[in-house]
Design a binder for this molecule. Structure first.
Ligand code: KG4
Ligand code: ZN
Length: 338
């Protein structure tokens, strides 16, 4: 405790960002350090788990030291240590978890394990000081696409998820097919602005009536087939048009299901979270649909959309306030359910 405020030191290492943050009273960011490995994994076209673990190991202590220093506190000032324990890459998770446990043991601080998706949702509490549950959340990243009913700070119910690829994964795969580079999401977001979303039509996959699940694996094949048939016919492929068409097909489904879920379940707010939440077209389309249905839309700043530890610190704070504690037997769970 410092200045009477409850402080959280948080650590996140579930994928390719080594991150640590110090948060006051759950929502006030005192420091938010992110050491990204994107440049390293770029050359492989995606995250290589073994390489990610090694870099986490090299960086984690420096990142934690920086977070404490920038916040102007020491480990003794901190009231708890929050850490992501799943889902994610097991080797990557283990580095953050072992570090958090070591600090908890050495400084005699409570340890709070956080679900990565719950963290993404909590990024919105940091961004929007007035935001309170309940609401409908859309968590959309490289690893997840979930519609989540958030009942209170610590109770979430997953209403639907992807049956194959996550939305971000589809963006990354299609970007690779189009020769755009990695990570593909921001590149497609940008180039699609120059294209016509109606020039090339891809199938919208809604699955069974009433289902809030998604399936995005077919669209990559759809894009590949389109490119091949155009090439065979000797026609030139317009990358902006394909990117715009792909994005329209994916986002039509996501927006319809998310807004439908909020309306059906009587929610008046939709909260966006995860890396793909930075997508400009998704935000525009959701803004429009939300306005039609009298819903308010919330989303975090880009730095809080992608993986960071501030969001983990916020989630840990609310668990701590509810009396939840973990101990040193806490294990990394790569496929942890919400
Ligand atoms: O949340 P995140 O940083 O990591 C995971 O937990 O997966 O999300 C990364 C994903 C990548 O697939 C990336 O391509 C996608 O988010 N992404 C975007 C945009 N910015 C990042 N996708 C679409 N449009 C964007 N502007
Ligand atoms: Zn994430």
């Amino acid at each position: 405790m410092k200045d009477g405020k409850i402080l959280t030191l948080a650590i996140e290492s579930s994928c390719d960002e080594t991150a640590a943050a110090v948060i006051a009273e759950g929502r006030e960011v005192l420091s938010n350090i992110i050491s990204s490995q994107i440049e390293i994994h770029k050359q492989y076209g995606g995250v290589v788990p073994e390489i990610a673990s090694r870099h986490h190991l090299n960086n984690v202590n420096t990142v934690v030291d920086q977070a404490l220093e920038e916040a102007g506190v020491t480990i003794d000032d901190v009231d708890m240590i929050g850490v992501t324990y799943g889902p994610g890459l097991v080797g990557a998770l283990l580095i953050g978890l072992a570090t958090a446990k070591a600090y908890a043991l050495a400084a005699d601080k409570p340890l709070i394990g956080v679900h990565h998706i719950h963290g993404h949702i909590c990024a919105n509490y940091i961004q929007h000081k007035e935001l309170e549950p309940p609401f409908m959340a859309l968590v959309i990243s490289g690893g997840h696409t979930n519609i989540v009913e958030v009942e209170d700070y610590n109770t979430c119910r997953v209403l639907g998820g992807t049956r194959d690829d996550a939305a971000g994964e589809a963006y990354d795969k299609v970007a690779r097919v189009l020769g755009l580079g990695y990570p593909g999401g921001p590149l497609i977001d940008k180039i699609a602005r120059e294209g016509d979303p109606e020039a090339v039509e891809f199938k919208r996959v809604f699955l069974e009536k009433g289902s809030l699940d998604f399936s995005f694996s077919g669209i990559k094949t759809g894009v590949l087939n389109y490119i091949n048939s155009e090439k065979q016919a000797g026609r030139e492929v317009s990358v902006p048009d394909v990117a715009a068409g792909f994005q329209a097909a994916v986002l039509d489904v996501i927006v319809a299901k998310t807004v439908g879920a909020a309306v059906d379940m009587g929610k008046d707010k939709i909260v966006l979270a995860g890396g793909v939440a930075a997508n400009s077209m998704l935000r525009e389309m959701l803004e429009k649909e939300c306005a039609k249905h009298g819903l308010k839309l919330y989303y975090p700043a880009p730095v809080l959309c992608t993986d960071n530890a501030a969001m983990i610190g916020c989630a840990a704070y609310y668990k701590y306030m509810a009396g939840e504690r973990d101990d040193l037997t806490l294990d990394a769970i790569p496929n942890l359910k919400l």
